[in-house]
Design a protein around this ligand. Structure first.
Ligand SMILES: NC(=O)c1ccc[n+]([C@@H]2O[C@H](COP(=O)([O-])OP(=O)(O)OC[C@H]3O[C@@H](n4cnc5c(N)ncnc54)[C@H](OP(=O)(O)O)[C@@H]3O)[C@@H](O)[C@H]2O)c1
Length: 322
């Protein structure tokens, strides 16, 4: 099968399309599903792996990547199932998370995927898993946002940001979305109550206070946001290592048990949050926004696009047309 492979850490050009062995369902794969992949998407997660970001090398190989096929988000059709799989049958349209998804086939645990709602295409479904799970985990599980709370999303036009706006709206928060000028109108249409153009206004200096500041872009620091929090409010970052010195702040706040800072991260990639996301998509409460679709053989261009740091919603990789 064809797959986007990287055999060494480096720039987008290290990604090559190669013929590799196709996964199968055999003994030991009783709870696994084989998916014929239709689409995937590119996340910062992918280019951090490709670049060989230091904490990633600790688990993925110091000099040579162990996991050599790129990708984590997947949508496609069930091709085969293990004998203990109960949720799916051959031919089902499914989406979810699976390492090595920039390939024609992947084998995945059944609890990491769910059925694609009827109202979504394969490309749309592939734009959802990682970023929507990050948004739900941050706002529902960690922040436990409630009706009427003032929630500010910084980086509201990115992958996590555009889902965070919609999830915060679903929980009936009063949502302020921060993005650059060209993104103001479409992000407002996602349901934000207030818009701030960060090229014209610094939200940390406008005197307003928020119960939750979710920095989806990781462009600000906890220090700079602290005075914009209500008495019981807190700041959350989607990337505690960015800017680099923020890591010290994250570590310090966990030692001092500072309740004003939380770093959610993405820890669970399936389960009940994926089911909630499926229901919200089906009900039209949330939807993915796709900036561009690249074919698999243009994977390096797709990485360059996302690495630029200004993606509008998501960049999708179409593996199988239609
Ligand atoms: N994707 C995942 O699954 C995942 C999971 C966990 C954690 N994370 C981390 O979360 C962060 C965001 O991920 P993502 O997938 O949402 O990235 P993304 O799609 O690349 O979005 C980044 C967004 O940041 C905005 N931005 C850039 N500079 C900004 C600034 N100075 N102020 C405000 N916004 C700014 C950009 O909007 P403009 O074009 O308007 O500047 C862009 O839309 C990354 O650091 C990533 O490592 C990602």
């Amino acid at each position: 099968m064809k797959a986007a492979v990287y055999k060494t850490y480096g720039p987008p050009e290290v990604l090559q399309i190669e013929n590799v062995e196709q996964p199968t369902i055999q003994e030991g794969h009783e709870d696994r599903v084989l998916i014929k992949v239709h689409a995937s998407s590119v996340n910062p997660f992918d280019y951090y792996h490709r670049m060989g970001f230091l904490p990633i090398r600790a688990s993925n190989g110091l000099f040579t990547p162990k996991q050599q096929i790129m990708g984590i988000d997947v949508s496609g059709r069930v091709e085969a199932i293990g004998k203990n799989v109960t949720k799916f049958k051959i031919g089902d349209r499914v989406f979810g998370s699976c390492l090595g998804s920039h390939a024609e086939y992947v084998r995945v645990r059944e609890d990491k995927i769910t059925l694609i709602p009827e109202n979504l295409t394969f490309n749309e479904a592939a734009a959802v898993p990682c970023v929507a799970l990050s948004a739900v985990q941050a706002l529902k599980d960690v922040a436990q946002i409630k009706k009427g709370q003032k929630v500010l999303i910084n980086g509201a036009s990115g992958g996590i940001g555009h889902f965070s706006v919609q999830v915060a709206r679903f929980y009936e928060a009063e949502v302020t979305a921060v993005c650059s000028t060209s993104n103001l109108s479409w992000v407002k249409e996602l349901g934000a109550h207030h818009m701030i153009d960060y090229t014209k206004e610094d939200f940390t200096k406008n005197g307003k206070r928020y119960d939750v500041i979710l920095d989806a872009s990781a462009a600000r620091t906890f220090f700079s946001c602290k005075d914009s929090l209500t008495e019981t409010g807190f700041y959350m970052t989607e990337n505690p290592t960015k800017p680099r010195y923020q890591l010290v702040q994250v570590l310090l706040s966990s030692v001092t048990k500072d309740k004003k800072m939380k770093g959610p991260g993405l820890t669970n990639t399936g389960g009940e949050n994926l089911e909630l996301i499926r229901e919200l998509l089906e009900a039209g409460k949330i939807k993915p926004v796709i900036e561009k679709v690249y074919p698999l053989d243009q994977i390096a261009a797709a990485h360059r696009h996302v690495e630029n740091g200004h993606t509008k919603g998501k960049v999708v990789i179409e593996v199988l047309k239609g």
